[in-house]
Design a protein around this ligand. Sequence first.
Ligand code: GMT
Length: 389
Amino acid sequence: MKNKRQKLKIGISCHASLGGSGIVATELGIALAKRGHEVHFVTHQLPYRLRNVPEGIYCHVVEPINYPVLAESPYFLAVASRICEVVEEHNIRIWHAHYAIPHAMIALLAKNILPTKHKFCLITTLHGTDITIVGADPSLYRITRYTMEQSCAITAVSDWLKEQTIKEFELTKPICRIYNFIDTSKYSRNSPDIKKIPTSILPYLKKDAKVIMHTSNFRAVKRVTDVIRVFAKILEKIDAILIMVGEGPEKASSVSVARQLKVLDKIKYLGNYPNIEELLRIADLVIQPSEYESFSMSALEAMAMGVPVIGTKSGGITEVVIDNLTGILCEVGDIESMASHAIEILTNTRLMRKLSKNAIKHVKENFSSEKIVPLYENLYLETLDKFHS
Ligand code: GMT
């Protein structure tokens, strides 16, 4: 490596709404800016976590174009044009796209449009569903493969995702696994500040009632009805409330299961909520019963706060949660086992403390920004050396 402290200008494109990949991309931008790099985001709206834009970060928001002749707004093309402008204006040589389709493809188009002197190095980070759902769809398979092959470097957020991608796409390019990370300084287990807890939750909080939480985009892969079924079984033994954070298509079926099981009055559907750390401060347990996860930022955030996680033995989550040490992993759909482990954790203070302590340590040692962000910096420098020397 030539010079690790070299200051870089880095472009980032990502989903701007709440969701793991957008959160990772924005936290990476913030961490890079704190380390002295200049970071330019091109997105359709200000990313959730960049509402108070920190120093060193520039946000270029692209307005959609609507014209009656166009059945669909050519929004993606507008983003590509904007990336070209930003790259030329700021002389950016690294563009980091999060999520293969559309973000890496859009950046690739921008690169192809630009004159040779402005052709940047495209780094593509795969997050999970961009490969397992979007990229695996026959309608987008070829374009996903092409985008990865044309990227200067590809990263995946877990070994599991790396292996899945290699298996499905038979790439000629290597994939570098770089785990997701967290700013651990934001996750100190201080007593909750009641002023920062949404007022709509306050009536649900009762002395001695345990607080269980689930966070997701309520898609089928998250198995949100399993959360409700596990919760109903927990209620047979102990008093508790469930906070469901997020929005998505499976919310209605989870409400309907809760109604059938007569537990709806113990559940608060909060919708999307950005300050997840504040909620985790009041949580005793997090349940993430996904079909699979390439990583699971929700599990990582819970562990960082020392909240034990019940997850599934499926996909990259097994690389994040160590079964029996930092949380409990069960088979997908095994409601009985998830419920009995939950009850054990919630009633056994020693076990709760052990999992909590181990989880905090595990996150600090393996998933802190101090540990992970330099891996991206090194990758940027190595890629620049390889393609721009
Ligand atoms: O989970 C989703 O459907 C959203 C998706 C995203 O774009 O944020 O999440 C994926 O990327 C996250 C960040 O890398 C990972 O923590 C999630 O595990 C991953 N989701 C799946 O693999 C289902």
